[in-house]
Design a protein around this ligand. Structure first.
Ligand code: APR
Length: 240
């Protein structure tokens, strides 16, 4: 059930900022990092697969893990939640979409200018010099510029969020009149801090999540439900 007051706030907002997490891609069948470690990769420690140290120790192993995840994500499609968010941008004066997901499904659904907090699974860059590269299918791809090893362009444990993403996201959170936190446990900082900034600056805050999070008590509206169901419904109400 979506409260009428939430739709009113959305209709009146000059700028809406949206933060999404793994839950938005759940209905597409993208396994979360934790889920993905069941089965084939159950014996591997995440710190071996998604840290600079792990990559330095065994880059071929890390590349096998990321190629496996790439294939998984390439084989799924955006769901109704992704599509609704892309459409919502066209219905509002301004929408800033910040995601913690690396799967690129928002872009495939038609969202533009997505701020990716944790990078992108399908982009490569050099481990040494940071320049972009294209790993293709080589087991140990090398940077054309410096000869260093290429690595997946995601943010690993212990690494900083790209400063450009941080700056743009925090500026949007401070400026928006409505903040939507969707499909994220909203526990991992600094992404989780965006909602605090928005609230402190007077934005109306809402979360959409089938399992209310720790933020549920402090947002104005906590809508319990899957994003693939709630977001299309929200769009329908906004349009009517
Ligand atoms: N619709 C909306 N939300 C959903 C759905 C759904 N269909 N299914 C699950 N959820 C919710 C869960 O209830 C949970 O609160 O999505 C949330 C997913 O939480 P996490 O797995 O913690 O994902 P996220 O918040 O994106 O984690 C942040 O932590 O693991 C690291 O780097 C990783 O980007 C990730 C970051």
């Amino acid at each position: 059930m979506i409260p009428a007051a939430l739709i009113e706030a959305l209709a009146e907002a000059r700028h809406v900022c949206v933060l999404t997490g793994a839950g938005v891609s759940a209905e597409s069948g993208v396994p979360t990092f934790r889920d993905a470690q069941d089965g084939l990769w159950a014996d591997y420690n995440p710190l071996e697969l998604a840290t600079r140290e792990g990559f330095s120790r065994d880059p071929a192993l890390v590349w096998r893990w990321y190629r496996w995840r790439r294939e998984l994500v390439a084989g799924v499609v955006p769901n109704a939640g992704h599509t609704a968010l892309a459409e919502l941008a066209g219905m509002l004066p301004r929408l800033t979409l910040v995601t913690q997901n690396v799967d690129g499904l928002h872009q495939r659904a038609g969202s533009a200018d997505v701020i990716e907090f944790h990078g992108n699974l399908f982009v490569d860059r050099c481990f040494d010099c940071g320049r972009p590269g294209d790993a293709a299918d080589e087991e140990l791809p090398r940077c054309e510029a410096c000869g260093g090893l290429l690595r997946p362009g995601v943010v690993w444990f212990g690494e900083a969020i790209p400063s450009d993403a941080i700056d743009r996201a925090f500026a949007a959170a401070a400026d928006c009149e409505m903040f939507l936190s969707i499909g994220t446990s909203a526990l991992v900082y600094p992404a989780a801090g965006l909602i605090d900034i928005a609230r402190e600056n007077g934005a109306v805050c809402a979360e959409i999540n089938p399992d209310p999070t720790e933020q549920a008590a402090s947002v104005h509206f906590a809508v319990a439900g899957e994003s693939g169901r709630v977001l299309p419904e929200l769009l329908g109400l906004l349009a009517s």
